[in-house]
Design a protein around this ligand. Structure first.
Ligand code: F6P
Length: 343
């Protein structure tokens, strides 16, 4: 049996630990592993590398992903899926471990319907994939964002300024909410809960009147902030192969509006790709190892079309179809709890 392993979409800290675990578990069972480079692009171009235990022994603590990644979508290329299947045969790959978020695993699910033997591993710093409580990379992103908020608080306070910290999160506010809570943000803005600018101004003015001249606002890049009922959206025209625009910059718009409407001095900080960089936390490493180990077990048990998942402290599995059926949003009760700290 030969297993191919690939990663698609944005990189996430913990992926290398997951690759190590795939090789390690496969080695135990007696399977060979081949690494596919640059996500689905590697299968279209036959770009692979063998992966031995020696190759992966020291990679668990490294950020990025040794196999590289891309946002290539075979279903956007003429005969792309057929090419993937033919190349798997050429490479003598019997089954695939696919690590990704909704886009990459969406491709895996469609291929699975075409009888490709595939299993999934959830990976996205956004943590918005259904069917699992946590995805690889989220914990590290939250830790980085929390550390940034702690640092920004001292300079914000020293200068009596409003600091708006922008974090990733296209459709959901998981990073914003968790980092905002852990970092003691005075306000957190997320895509799931629309908020009018007057509420933002009101809170900042209230704090100033009550002796707090500085404030920390955390905003997700895709937050629904309303300016006279119109959502402020900072997005590029061009789309990637999965149809997503590039977001980023809402904090700059807020900085200007806050200064104009409250008279308070404001600064924006976009954390951007810093949130995906550097070594994974211990939690992400272990989560990655457990999920990847489970993925190889799923192959052994011939449970194709399933995704390893983490639920209530246990590693289980769910059909890819189920995991992809609904995006996992921040539950209203969690945001309500966070609101008790908005002051
Ligand atoms: O999908 C994860 C993510 O980090 C999003 O939060 C973000 O919007 C996007 O990727 C950024 O993508 P890129 O690395 O292509 O700029």
């Amino acid at each position: 049996m030969k297993i191919g392993v690939l990663v698609g979409g944005g990189d996430a800290p913990g992926l290398n630990a997951a690759i190590k675990a795939v090789v390690s578990k496969a080695h135990e069972i007696g399977y060979d592993v081949v690494g596919i480079k640059n996500g689905w692009a590697g299968l279209l171009k036959l770009d692979t590398q063998p992966l031995s235990m020696d190759d992966v022994e020291e990679i668990h603590s490294r950020g990025g992903v040794v196999l590289y990644t891309s946002r290539t979508n075979p279903f956007k290329i003429e005969n792309g899926p057929e090419q993937v299947i033919a190349n798997m045969k050429k490479l003598k790959i019997d089954a695939l471990v696919v690590m990704g978020g909704e886009d990459t695993l969406g491709v895996a699910q469609k291929l699975s319907e075409m009888n490709v033997q595939v299993v999934g591993v959830p990976k996205t710093i956004d943590n918005d994939l259904g069917g699992t409580d946590y995805s690889i990379g989220f914990d590290t992103a939250v830790a980085i964002a929390t550390d940034a908020i702690d640092k920004l608080r001292t300079t914000a306070e020293a200068h009596h300024r409003i600091v708006i910290v922008e974090v990733m999160g296209r459709n959901t506010g998981w990073i914003a909410l968790h980092a905002g809570l852990a970092g003691g943000a005075n306000l957190t803005l997320i895509p799931e809960v629309p908020l009018g600018l007057n509420q933002v101004y009101g809170l900042l003015k209230y704090r100033k009147q009550n002796g707090k001249a500085y404030s920390i606002i955390v905003v997700a890049e895709g937050a629904r902030v309303l300016k006279e009922k119109e959502q402020i959206l900072v997005a590029t025209e061009e789309r990637d192969e999965f149809g997503h625009p590039r977001l980023g910059g809402i904090s700059r718009v807020l900085e200007k509006l806050i200064e104009e409407n409250t008279g308070l001095e404001a600064r924006s900080v976009i954390l951007g790709h810093l949130q995906r960089g550097g070594p994974p936390t211990a939690f992400d490493r272990i989560l990655a190892m457990r999920l990847a180990n489970k993925a190889v077990e799923l192959i052994k048990e011939k449970r194709f079309g399933e995704m390893a998942s983490f639920r209530a402290g246990n590693v289980v599995s769910v059909p890819l179809k189920e995991a992809l059926s609904e995006r996992k949003s921040v539950p209203p009760e969690l945001y309500e709890m966070a609101k008790t700290f908005f002051r």
